[in-house]
Design a protein around this ligand. Structure first.
Ligand code: SAH
Ligand code: SF4
Ligand code: F3S
Length: 489
């Protein structure tokens, strides 16, 4: 029989190929067809049937970088199970939300979304809630949104293929909620990397710190580290894919304990920085209690480790830090800052601060303001305290009004803006290496980031814009409190 499977396949757009499951299935169908006209009709019919049964999903992600990277792994897993990702809820058979519950507002977002799209359930679409709200609320989600069929926390993602199979067989109350005490991490070779210039690698999952305000230990389960060989193998795979920047992730990367006992966190960091092809390594988040001096020594020794440390302080008052169960004092924190400032190259510092924690007095707040002036951060993420389910702080009297919290936050951010205005202007006239992240079409500028993690927008003489992930040397000609401006040299 005459057959031209490869030519026939070329007529099918790539995205439609997946409709057929496997190429083998398609090749067999063509072989059986015989005459051309019949073959066309058969293919047309198959296309129609396949479109009706095609497995598609829409995934929206809320929350931190760990959640964003979890989503990359979830997408890869779904694709491996024969699903195709689509751009809107309307086009999807399965609608997934990967959720965050760090503050009340973040948590509300998922219920707003579910409410906005519940009408799609009538059209036969299925809903799943993943991530931190899923783990926190568990089966209660089925009561609040009965059209949801799947609820799974991040500690259960290893079981996603099995949960998807149950979903496909028509089950409507599937949960993945019982794995918070697991020692296993979610490792998959099918990560569908969405970021074009930065490869994320989770090195440690969960958190054992139990800060008194925080949901994460309850939503992500106990701390568990990957082996250094598995992390390094992933770093090499990422480099082979063409990535030059890696970001190591964990809620507390400093408490990394190599499952094989080979490397400390600082040693692992240095090894990732030495992977051929890697030019930039970032890591987040550090915890002051576990931050060790050898991390600064590694940054000094390995040029690819970025000049930036994110070290959340939460409060400048030792009294409040104690109430927060952060396990360090203001002095302990400032000692770590002094190590970082004593490094051979200037290392940029950023932090997270919570204002209005229960019992925070005006004097406590002044201590936080003084700390800002002393450290001179390049970036501060400020949050109003938000009472969270299950956390010990929930039982503390939250007597600070919403208006006072907003006022303190505004005072803090205004002061920080002035600090950044001074810090950023110190770069005027310098030539800085910038990694390109995209274009700012409104301004006709290329958008990128320095090793210190500062946004840099620049013009370049070339007619074609540099690609995301490429590097440019940029002379800094302007400075704002949150970004630098320059021209490629
Ligand atoms: N593991 C990291 C970050 C966790 S979440 C760390 O320990 O620093 C990111 C930030 O959200 C925290 O640093 C904290 O500043 C803020 N945050 C966490 N819980 C909060 C709450 N209940 N209310 C307000 N902000 C909170
Ligand atoms: Fe939350 Fe504290 Fe763990 Fe960070 S270290 S995730 S703030 S409990
Ligand atoms: Fe949110 Fe969970 Fe991350 S609560 S900040 S998505 S760990």
């Amino acid at each position: 029989m005459h057959r031209q499977p490869s030519r026939d396949r070329e007529h099918i757009p790539c995205s439609n190929r997946r409709l057929y499951g496997t190429d083998e299935f398609f090749a067999v169908t063509v072989m059986q067809s015989g005459n051309r006209g019949f073959r066309f009709n058969l293919r047309h019919d198959i296309l129609k049937i396949a479109m009706a049964t095609e497995k598609t999903f829409y995934l929206e992600t809320f929350g931190c970088q760990m959640n964003a990277h979890d989503s990359e792994k979830v997408i890869g897993t779904l694709q491996q199970q024969g699903y195709r990702q689509v751009e809107s809820e309307e086009d999807a058979g399965l609608i997934l939300y990967n959720t965050c519950s760090i503050r009340d507002k973040a948590e509300q977002k998922v219920f707003n979304r579910l409410n906005d799209y519940k009408k799609l359930h009538k059209a036969g679409k299925r809903f799943g809630v993943l991530g931190c709200v899923a783990q926190q609320e568990g089966g209660k989600i089925f009561e609040r949104a009965p059209y949801v069929s799947l609820v799974s926390g991040s500690a259960s993602y290893r079981k996603l293929p099995e949960m998807l199979a149950r979903l496909e067989s028509g089950e409507t109350r599937i949960t993945g909620l019982d794995d918070r005490q697991t020692d296993e991490t979610f490792e998959t070779e099918f990560t569908a990397r969405q970021n074009p210039y930065r490869g994320y690698i989770t090195i440690i999952e969960g958190c054992d710190k139990f800060c008194s305000y925080c949901v994460v230990p309850y939503t992500r389960g106990k701390e568990r580290s990957r082996s250094s060989s598995s992390v390094l193998a992933e770093a090499r795979r990422i480099a082979d894919m063409g990535y030059t920047e890696i970001q190591l992730l964990g809620q507390n990367v400093n408490s990394y304990r190599d499952a094989e006992g080979k490397s400390s966190f600082a040693e692992l960091l240095a090894s990732v920085g030495q992977v051929p092809g890697i030019r930039r390594v970032r890591f987040t988040t550090s915890h002051p209690r576990d931050f060790t001096r050898d991390i600064v020594e590694a940054i000094d020794a390995v040029p690819t480790l970025c000049d930036h440390v994110h070290l959340p302080v939460q409060s400048g008052s030792s009294r409040v830090l104690k109430l927060m169960a952060r396990e360090y004092t203001r002095e302990w924190y400032l000692e770590r800052i002094s190590w970082i400032k004593a490094a051979r190259r200037p290392i940029s510092l950023s932090t997270d601060i919570i204002v209005g924690f229960p019992g925070e007095t005006p004097d406590d707040f002044i201590e936080t303001m003084d700390l800002l002036a002393e450290v001179e951060y390049d970036c501060v993420f400020g949050f109003k305290y938000s009472a969270r389910p299950n956390t010990p702080a929930l039982t503390m009297i939250d007597s600070i009004s919403e208006a006072e919290k907003s006022h303190r936050l505004q005072v803090l951010l205004d002061r920080q803006r002035e600090i950044q205005r001074v810090n950023y202007s110190k770069h005027l006239g310098q030539i800085i290496e910038v990694m390109v992240e995209g274009m700012n079409p409104a301004r006709g500028q290329v958008a990128g980031r320095s090793s210190q993690n500062k946004p840099v927008n620049f013009t370049c003489a070339q007619p074609i814009a540099p690609a995301p992930g490429s590097y440019a040397q940029v002379r800094i000609t302007g400075a704002f409190p949150n970004s630098l401006v320059g021209e490629a040299v």
